[in-house]
Write a protein that binds this ligand. Structure first.
Ligand SMILES: CC(C)(COP(=O)(O)OP(=O)(O)OC[C@H]1O[C@@H](n2cnc3c(N)ncnc32)[C@H](O)[C@@H]1OP(=O)(O)O)[C@@H](O)C(=O)NCCC(=O)NCCS
Length: 235
C-alpha cells in the first residue's frame, strides 16, 4: 500500500461513521439508522469494520474546505463458526466515482494483511456477481461456512456452545448446526456479567442437485433464493 493509504478500524475513527453509512446505503439501501447501528458495533473483537483512507501528505496540504482524509472503501470482518483461523469478509465497497482505479484491490490486499497480522489464515466471502473480481484476486470457489454476526467480548466459548446446540435435550427439537467441539474453540474470553445473547447468522446454502460449481453457475442460493457464490482464499 502506498504511504497515503491506510486501512483503519472504523471504531478508531467514529467521525467517519456517517460517511460510511452513506457509502453502504448508496450501494445496498436500508435505512441510515440500521446502517449506523451495524457500523457502531464495530470492535476489535469482531465484527470489525475497516475503512480504506487516503490522507493528504505534507506535500499536498488539504484545502480549507477539504476533509483531511477521503474514504476509499469499506469491509466488515466477522468470525467463522468452527474455523478459528478464518474470517468472513462482507460489505466490500468502493465509492462509485472511485471504482476501476485499483482501490478495490488495495482494500482487499490491506484486509488480508490486517487479518494475517491478527493471526488468521483464511478469508471467506459470498458474492452474487463479483466472483470474477475475487477470482482475479486469488479467491477460489468454496463451501459455505457459518458466520458469527455478533460476538460480544464478554461471551465465553461455553456460552457460544450452549446457544449453538443442534438439539435441545429438554424439547428434543432440532436446533441449528453445532460447531464441531473437537475443533479448536474460540479464543478464551473473560468471565462476563450476564452476556447479551449471541446473534448467529446462519448460512443458507441450498444445493441444487444438477448445478455444477464454477464461476458461471453455483449450487448455492441466499436467503431470498438468489444464486450466490461462496469463495475463500488462504492468506
Ligand atoms: C467490487 C468493487 C469493490 C471493486 O472495486 P474497484 O476499485 O472497482 O476494483 P479495482 O479497480 O481495484 O480492480 C482490481 C482488479 O480487479 C479487476 N476487476 C474489477 N472488477 C472486476 C470484475 N467485475 N470482474 C473481473 N475483474 C474485475 C480489475 O480489472 C483489476 O485488475 P488489475 O488489478 O489486475 O488491474 C467495486 O466495484 C464495488 O464497490 N462494487 C459495488 C459493491 C459490490 O458489488 N461489492 C462486492 C460485494 S460481494
Amino acid at each position: 500500500m502506498s504511504e497515503e493509504l491506510s486501512l483503519v478500524p472504523l471504531h478508531q475513527r467514529p467521525e467517519l461513521m456517517e460517511a460510511c453509512a452513506q457509502l453502504l446505503g448508496e450501494e445496498w439501501g436500508k435505512s441510515r439508522a440500521s446502517r449506523l447501528h451495524s457500523l457502531q458495533r464495530s470492535s476489535d473483537a469482531f465484527p470489525t469494520c475497516l475503512v480504506l483512507l487516503q490522507s493528504w501528505g505534507p506535500a499536498e496540504p488539504p484545502a480549507a474546505e477539504k476533509s483531511p482524509c477521503q474514504l476509499l472503501g469499506h469491509v466488515r470482518l466477522s468470525r467463522v463458526v468452527g474455523h478459528p483461523h478464518s474470517l468472513f469478509v462482507e460489505s466490500v465497497v468502493v465509492p462509485r466515482a472511485l471504482r476501476g482505479k485499483g482501490y478495490g484491490r488495495k482494500l482487499m490486499e490491506a484486509t488480508e494483511q490486517y487479518a494475517r497480522a491478527r493471526g488468521f489464515h483464511c478469508l471467506h466471502l459470498t458474492t452474487h456477481d463479483k466472483q470474477h473480481f475475487y477470482a482475479h484476486l486469488g479467491y477460489t470457489l468454496a463451501e459455505p461456512v457459518q458466520i458469527m454476526a455478533f460476538l460480544s467480548p464478554g461471551i465465553s466459548a461455553e456460552v457460544l456452545r450452549i446457544f449453538s446446540a443442534r438439539s435441545s435435550p429438554a424439547t428434543g427439537t432440532p436446533g441449528p448446526w453445532v460447531p464441531d467441539t473437537s475443533q479448536p474453540s474460540l479464543p478464551p474470553t473473560t468471565v462476563p456479567p450476564p452476556p447479551p445473547l449471541p446473534l448467529l447468522s446462519w448460512v443458507r446454502g441450498a444445493p441444487a442437485k444438477s448445478c455444477r460449481q464454477n464461476l458461471l453457475e453455483t449450487p448455492h442460493c441466499d436467503a431470498k433464493g438468489l444464486p450466490i457464490f461462496w469463495m475463500k482464499k488462504n492468506i
